[in-house]
Design a binder for this molecule. Sequence first.
Ligand code: F6P
Length: 341
Amino acid sequence: MRIGVLTSGGDCPGLNAVIRSIVHRAVVDHGDEVIGFQDGWKGLLECDYRKLDLDAVSGILALGGTILGSTRVQPTRLREGVERAKGHVAELGLDAIIPIGGEGTLKAARLLSDSGLPIVGVPKTIDNDIASTDVTFGFDTAVGVATEALDRLKTTAESHQRVLIVEVMGRHTGWIALHSGMAAGAHAIVVPERPFHIDELTKVVGARFEAGKKFAIVVVAEGAKPQEGTMAFEAGGTDVYGHERFAGVARQLAVELERRLEKEARPVILGHVQRGGTPTAYDRVLATRFGWHAVEAVHRGDFGQMTALRGTDITLVPLAEAVEHLKTVPAERYAEAECVL
Ligand code: F6P
């Protein structure tokens, strides 16, 4: 068989582990040929690819980022390029494509799958917001990075008796905020699923100082917003892909909390550091399992599917189901964190 692989969308620790796993299972165990498209869908549209053999994936298991590069392709460009993509697949004699990506990539995968291309998707995102899989690789690494940062920030916050508002990634969902906030014992966790009320947040943080504590740590997901009409809030607008830009919620909260509490407040934006560097052991194992199962699905002809973790098993779910909605943090999970607003 001849299989094409690509990584698309925001990168994520564990992408290289998937690529390596696909090559090992396909080339060594099945005698397949694997090619990698450069920079995601763009590589397929422009027929920019290279052969992936054992040498090409040697030593990449623990490497962050992606050896194939990644870009976001505008959905309209992809829609217009469906016939071109199909032409390249035929020209290259590909029996299957394995795109590794998040929400946008999987939507694109569905589009191409519906047009008749043989596709098996692999989900990835540090945000952990892909429905139909219990966990995505990259999330464990990101939570680890954010937790370590929060632990470190506590000591400087205490020295200066400050409120630190730490912004973590999570455009639509608050999984990283919830998990890192719980792991580090944050004093308030603010997530996009629950628009916050500034009075309530001020009360929670203020109560800590009244109780004699010298500092407070607030974790806020980048996509969090105030309840309508409760606080002046500057939105971030949209980028060229129509994605919402970061509004700088931590910066805006720092200004507001400092004014209301008369305590020094500082925003800390963790940003892309959460996506960089080596994946944790958990993420390497999950990514490797996804790669192995994607190749097996290709050999069975199980197309139009995505690999998923259910409990401890890897299974397949239809791409149509996978991209139907995002996985938000359920209410019971907020309750367990106690300090969620
Ligand atoms: O896709 C995951 C994510 O990390 C989001 O949490 C974040 O909003 C986004 O990527 C940022 O992506 P970029 O700045 O690379 O476009």
